[in-house]
Design a protein around this ligand. Structure first.
Ligand code: HEM
Length: 378
């Protein structure tokens, strides 16, 4: 029987362990057919296998995506090969390991300012997603790219409309269309504003490079700004939220323990169960199963990372190969500045509802909380 991919966040690790073994046929909640691959060796190899493409034009027709307009669609997560490499070379340096070292003071400053504002919170419960987990990554990535803070709440809502989109629900379809319209206008206007008045930020820098060398079309530039901001914000907000929620339910973490525990904790709190969907460009055989050209393939990061056959090898939570997460170092810096510091500042913090009553968004794409209600405890 073909299984449907579920959205229940609490059961996510068990569900993905259940996908392991032979490559399996499955359905997305909207009924679209996919193959799920969940063994460490297979996922690690397929993440950089050129026989799988991220370009939707390679889909044999069984996949319905977000139907983004070209101004958002021409992004790194829809491209392969030279086209992808050209844009990645432009965007990569600012997010390299070396650049991340220079980023540390910025991340620290923003985290400190956010904690100071939280200190002024009255004694009642606060939503830590709103007060901590959103502002830190949004301000960090926003400052790098030049995306003003008044847009951050709208960006978070738009990201949620995207990750919770369910092709079978007209209501979620309406939310998605509204979000895409807003994102298109917002990023198109932002790029136009930078062209008129460049700032000391990455979008302005990319814009100059694109205009000078004609290396990037206008759609590619707007799409790059959109992807960096949205991928960064959505994933970092929910990684921090999931981490703090888990730790509040299990006695917290001390600054001394954090370095030794951070990797395991991060993997467990990873909001992304699957890598970006891929399409077979040719017939291929995986785990004895034939996948036809044009079929959609989902690589389960949760399945791979929890596979006993992984045997201590590196986590795949930030991917591998040409699409390895551009923001991995930034994400590390943000998590290090937010999570241990939260428990150092608020040793008495507690959830105001039992952990079992925390509500997660209804999404198979990304597991994150709707809210994180916490009493800071003086
Ligand atoms: C915080 C937790 C994060 C996780 C778990 C995460 C995970 C991932 C994964 C798994 C991929 C590879 C997708 C694939 O090959 O299918 C990826 C790609 C990407 N990530 Fe992240 N990411 C995170 C944070 C960020 C941040 C903070 C940024 C931006 C500052 C970012 C920007 C990107 C971009 C632009 C790509 C596409 C790279 C490409 O296609 O060349 N991510 N991420």
């Amino acid at each position: 029987m073909v299984r449907t991919i579920r959205t229940a966040a609490r059961e996510r690790w068990d569900e993905h362990a259940g996908w392991r073994g032979a490559v399996r046929q499955a359905e997305l909640p909207g009924g679209q057919p996919v193959w799920v691959v969940a063994g460490y060796d297979e996922v690690a190899a397929l993440l950089s296998d050129e026989r799988l493409s991220l370009d939707k034009r390679r889909s044999g027709g069984g996949y319905a995506g977000f139907a983004l307009p070209p101004a958002l669609d021409r992004n790194l997560l829809n491209m392969d090969g030279d086209e992808h490499g050209r844009i990645r070379r432009l965007a990569g340096p600012a997010f390299s390991r070396g650049a991340a070292a220079n980023l540390r003071p910025l991340v620290r400053r923003i985290a400190e300012g956010t904690f100071d504002a939280l200190d002024e919170a009255p004694g009642e419960a606060v939503d830590l997603l709103d007060r901590l987990c959103l502002p830190v990554p949004a301000l960090v990535i926003g400052e790098l790219l030049g995306v003003p803070a008044d847009l951050h709440p709208g960006l978070r809502d738009a990201a949620t409309s995207m990750v919770t989109f369910d092709a079978a629900s007209p209501e979620s379809g309406r939310r998605l269309v509204a979000a895409i319209g807003w994102l298109t206008t917002t990023f198109t206007d932002l790029v136009a504003a930078k062209r008129a008045r460049p700032g000391d930020d990455l979008i302005s820098e990319w814009l100059c490079a694109a205009d000078d060398a004609r290396t990037l079309s206008e759609d590619e530039l707007v799409s790059l700004a959109f992807l960096m901001m949205l991928a960064g914000l959505e994933n970092a907000v929910h990684l921090c939220g999931n981490l703090i929620a888990t730790l509040l339910g299990s006695g917290g973490v001390t600054a001394a323990d954090w370095p030794a525990r951070r990797r395991d904790l991060m993997e467990r709190a990873n909001p992304l169960p699957f890598a970006i969907r891929r399409f077979a460009v040719t017939e291929l055989t995986v785990g004895g199963q034939t996948i036809s050209r044009g079929d959609t393939v989902l690589l389960s990061i949760f399945g791979a990372d929890s596979d006993p056959a992984r045997a201590g090898r590196p986590s795949l939570m930030f991917g591998r190969g040409p699409h390895y997460c551009l923001g991995a170092q930034t994400a590390d810096l943000i998590v290090d500045a937010v999570v241990p510091e939260f428990f150092a500042r608020y040793p008495k913090a507690r959830l105001t509802v039992p952990e079992s009553e925390l509500t997660y968004r209804d999404s198979w794409r990304a597991h994150g909380l709707v809210a994180l209600p916490v009493a800071l405890g003086g």
